[in-house]
Ligand binder design. Sequence first.
Ligand code: GDP
Ligand code: MG
Length: 435
Amino acid sequence: MSETRVYQLAQELGMSNEEIIEKMDSLEILVENNMSVLSEEEINQIKELSNEEEGNGDNNLTEIKIADKITVQNLSQLIDKSATQVITKLIKLGVMASMNQEIDFDLAACVAMDYGFKGIRYEEDEIDDEIEIEEDRPEDLKPRPAIVTVMGHVDHGKTSLLDAIRNSKVTDKEAGGITQHIGAYEVEVDKKKIVFLDTPGHEAFTSMRARGAQVTDIAILVVAADDGIMPQTVEAINHAKAAQVPIIIAINKIDKVGANPDRVKQELTEHGLLVEDWGGDIISVPVSALKNENIDTLLEMILLVAEMEELKANPNRKAVGTVVEAQLDKGRGPVATVLVQNGTLKVGDALVVGCAHGKIRAMVNDLGKRVKQAAPSIPVEILGLSEVPQAGDQFVVVKNDKMARSIADKRKDKIRARQMKSSQKVSLDDLFKQM
Ligand code: GDP
Ligand code: MG
């Protein structure tokens, strides 16, 4: 068998020697010079890396399912890469992980996406049932408000920013309305609406996404100008990337001594985010949530990005959407805040939500006002469910309450059967342990 040297591989792949050596570096393959002999495995690794960097992997049509949490090793098997490759990829994403460490759905999705996988789904998200959701005709689609999530490191000002936005806009919308915490709220800017999920943090975001629900159109990444990119900032970046939603950077706390927005921009480049004033296409806005500075500019930028996204839905159909929050209220029974994602939700509608069902008895908006209907993107609290659903559960309006009940019952049976199976497995394992 003839030997292949660095320069020969470079010729074969139409690259410079330096490019090959760079790849070898990132793969941690020892290299002395252009004459170094490469093993077959090393050649394959380098080829694979250059393939994926060109973004032309042949995984485009491969559907994979990833669980809520997955170890690095299992992920590497799933996507047919070595654990070292996955670990290297994770380092590039700013995450240090060992082979046996568990990473979450979004991070795993980021890695898989980098390898060209497209159809990445949550493992347990089986869409079953006899519910058929018909496609919309393009002419029935109308513009809808953007749904925005605020993410970032702890103490960088997520809550403060959400408060600042809310206080600046909500109150002048409707006199007399007292803002209620329902998990999401609407603001109006230049006569256009924007909806904010007001449960900051990625946990809600990830758990919803992991359950197959994507309720975010735009992610606001809050970075404190006096602190810079921190671990949870990196996590947030990865979540937004996995969700494939546009990111707007809010560089917060610019009022503080020691605030250094340029450092933030510099650090962002290390995570593949190049801001506009540095020649990139990521919008960044310096703000102070505390002093209410530049909040209007941030809102305008959100509208701008929303416009480019051309977000649309069909208001003239039965509603489907997602639960944002839910709890048992002493006086009112099960209460859920839902975001309508398509169609219009109305009082009196029968719906299935996870394993719950019901007929909507009343709806309340983010100002605590009773409303009769909710259009696409609009958050409302709904009353009248048989039990408390979970955040991330999808709801679907069906013909009548009888049908809703029968679908919910079937789902419950399925879950019970699954639980039985898994508890049998555990007891069998236990048996072996005792032997
Ligand atoms: P979260 O953990 O990201 O939700 O951060 P918070 O909104 O709770 O803010 C953390 C701390 O930073 C609080 O003490 C805020 O008052 C403070 N803070 C938030 N925004 C600003 C700002 O723009 N300027 C200054 N100086 N402090 C801020
Ligand atoms: Mg907070």
